[in-house]
Design a protein around this ligand. Structure first.
Ligand code: NAI
Length: 358
């Protein structure tokens, strides 16, 4: 059996830090296991274009292991060429880089290591909310420049206490964000999700559901995006929806870049309609050098909390998703049932309710 993994390069960092398991160098710790069973294991970061290792090897691979941090986009065209492909495993959470509808048609199973990095992301969300609301980034940049002008920072710094915070998506990550925000004494915690939280779970975090998205955003001082990318969420936060945001709201998106319209967000930050935007996910990864989200600033010179896609790839998370990938492979090879929570597409189609209402 041929197993293909497209991972990100770790270079010197991965040689010095073996716990960087999700890198090309450290190969999710799977080499011995797969080779001892006589399987061929190809690992590369080369993923763009017909000469890439991805496109070369996908045609006869049976298993494709991918990472959202350096996504090898498995399009419908590539699925049509991948005649042997039976299983896609996402080393992490979020399988939108696979054309899921095409995978269903081709009978390819798609699994991810659900839950493996949800705390990692929830912590990053809370950090991002705080750094925007408290105007942290320009304050730190001022210190590095050798300057000291408290009023220039304080004029756009607020407390999170007393604000309304809402999450689009209240699944594993969204719910953990609400749990972590509870002690901040916000005015209210809101959520928007087509799946309602069980009553006890909503009560435990004192969260109120708002069923209309425009109404939801119009009530929030901070919006955090925690739903998967699918047909129903691509471009969800666009110029039209942004009009319904409170003027000066903050937006945090660690879910997927393409859920927010790139130009609409950059424009809203530039005009000050959004006081800030933060996250780690981009519509294209790696993001090109001239991507507007790298440089956008609000009229007071702050409001940008963008980082590369790493919130879900802390060393703690890597240990969990590497172990999870191995267990999915073992179940597959030994014909044992998979953990139902990990199945996005099973043998007969979608098994998750999180990738849109069907
Ligand atoms: P989950 O499946 O536990 O929860 C997703 C929730 O979103 C579900 O409750 C679902 O009903 C809801 N949802 C789906 N479509 C929606 C819509 N149109 N409007 C409102 N809610 C909607 O998933 P989990 O573990 O919370 O992860 C969510 C996403 O976060 C992943 O799909 C992935 O894209 C992203 N993620 C990002 C990471 C990073 O490193 N930045 C790491 C892990 C996940």
């Amino acid at each position: 059996m041929k197993v293909l993994a497209i991972l990100y390069n770790g270079y010197k960092a991965a040689e010095e830090e073996p716990a960087l398991l999700g890198t090309v160098e450290n190969k999710l710790g799977l080499v011995e296991y797969l080779q001892s069973q006589g399987h061929e294991f190809i690992v590369s970061s080369s993923k763009e274009g017909p000469d890439s290792d991805f496109e070369k090897h996908i045609v006869d691979a049976e298993v494709y292991i991918s990472t959202p941090f350096h996504p090898g986009y498995l399009t419908a065209d590539l699925i049509a060429k991948a005649k042997n492909l039976k299983l896609c495993v996402t080393a992490g959470v979020g399988s939108d880089h696979v054309d899921l509808n095409a995978a269903v048609k081709a009978g390819i199973q798609v699994l991810e290591v659900s839950g493996s990095n949800v705390v990692s992301v929830a912590e990053h969300v809370v950090m991002s909310i705080l750094l925007l609301v408290r105007n942290f980034v320009p304050a730190h940049e001022m210190i590095e420049r050798g300057d000291w002008q408290v009023s220039d920072i304080a004029r756009n710094a607020y407390d999170l206490e007393g604000k309304v915070v809402g999450t689009i998506g209240a699944g594993r990550i969204g719910y953990r964000v609400l749990q972590r925000l509870l002690p901040f004494n916000t005015k209210e915690l809101l959520y928007y999700d087509y799946s309602a939280l069980p009553a006890e779970a909503a009560a435990a975090v004192k969260a109120r559901r708002v069923e209309d998205l425009k109404e939801f955003v119009s009530q929030c001082d901070v919006v955090t995006v925690n739903c998967p990318l699918h047909e129903g969420t691509r471009g969800l936060v666009n110029t039209e929806l942004l009009k319904h945001f409170k003027k000066g709201a903050w937006l945090v998106n660690t879910a997927r870049g393409a859920i927010c319209d790139k130009d609409a967000v950059a424009e809203a930050v530039k005009s000050g309609h959004l006081r800030g935007y933060a996250g780690d996910v981009w519509n294209v990864q790696p993001a090109p050098k001239d991507h507007s989200w790298r440089y956008m600033k609000n009229p007071l010179g702050g409001g940008n909390g963008m980082v590369p896609h790493y919130s879900g790839t802390t060393l703690d998370a890597q240990a969990r998703y590497a172990a999870g990938v191995r267990s999915i492979l073992q179940n597959y090879l030994e014909d044992k049932p998979q953990d139902p929570g990990n199945i996005i597409i099973g043998k007969t189609g979608y098994e998750t309710k999180a990738y849109g209402q069907r």
